[in-house]
Design a protein around this ligand. Sequence first.
Ligand SMILES: C[S@@+](CC[C@H](N)C(=O)[O-])C[C@H]1O[C@@H](n2cnc3c(N)ncnc32)[C@H](O)[C@@H]1O
Length: 415
Amino acid sequence: MTDAARITATISRLGHQGDGVADGPLFAPRTLPGEVVSGIAVGSRLTSIRIETPSEHRVQPPCRHYKSCGGCQLQHASDGFVAQWKTDVVRNALTAQGLETEFRPVHTSPSQSRRRATLAVRRTKKGAMAGFHGQASDVITEIPDCRLLDPALMAAIPVAESLALAGASRKTPLSVTVTASDAGLDMFVQNGKPLDGPLRIVLAQLAEKHRIARLTWDDELIAMEQPPVQPFGPALVCPPPGAFLQATKDGEAALLAAVLEITRGAKRIVDLFAGCGTFALPLAQAAEVHAVEGERDMVAALDAGWRKAKGLKKVTTEARDLFRNPLLPEDLNPFGAAFDAAVIDPPRAGAEAQVAQLAKARTPVIAYVSCNPVSFARDAKTLAAAGYDLGWVQVVDQFRWSAHIEAVARFTLKD
Ligand SMILES: C[S@@+](CC[C@H](N)C(=O)[O-])C[C@H]1O[C@@H](n2cnc3c(N)ncnc32)[C@H](O)[C@@H]1O
């Protein structure tokens, strides 16, 4: 392609994936608002991008892998810019629903704090390689100097490579979800060769050699030297393999601090989309908690953690699909024992059905933790229409250098 094919464009905003957007729309990855860029348009995507006039917010990416690795999207922007952009995305989503509120300063997790990641690992002619996929590509980039991952996860890279040597086919890369736990690495492998007797023996030997706390191959437990427990308040929970956990311990602590502040003084709390008990178990130090979650294994893990812990108030659990079968006002206000606060932390789709029922039940205080500003704003509108005040929002940037946005908000029922 010659320079004659190049076009020039001015970036007006960032899209939801963090790409710069110019008129068209034309998407230009790794550009910033106000920048004049040139490149070759391929459909709605600008490629071979040159920055003609850089933004004042453009910085040298801290990681040497950034150019080829797709693990991060926003390392070329200053921390201040990213914090403001994430705040503005949430603010604009609320404005579109006719809502406004106070925003607390963004809490950003430090570099090298990601405690859970999925590595792509494949066999090569010479051995094996592990890393992240490149931007919109199948090519795997090795990441020996990654700025994102906790050092404990970095230690998993050579281990993941030895697992690929033993059990990856030549064609399909392994997907290895690694979680750091106090007991060691929790490794959950998918897309490997089917398990047979010899492979099982080799994998068990590797688990022992590398002191992997737990190794799971598809749905089969290969070895568990120690349960890979996570502390939630005074409880220790052993999550099911690959189960959801907040991305960083630092982010989890910031979200929990906000949730504790919002629900302070409540005697009975319902935790909706409770996972393995990230919020329910610490909350149970001061309140009785009913934890509801769709995945049975996670509910069982939460319950087992509570039963072994000392000093917690009563925690009841329920496996329930809260999209199809939300808790109703009669569940939320059982005779003589209504919940005086709710915590709700749904997946990206939000919690349309459950929020409508919370509003009907008039649960006085709601801590809403969200990973999607659009569904959050939609649900916030439902609560506002039912008489709730949106007191404040705090963005917690535990997905540093990515376009992903996490926030927590306080809703209280007006008198
Ligand atoms: C964002 S995670 C939050 C988990 C937990 N609050 C935490 O902080 O670890 C959302 C949770 O919702 C659960 N979930 C997804 N769809 C659900 C549904 N329809 N009904 C109930 N739970 C669901 C997932 O299994 C996951 O544990």
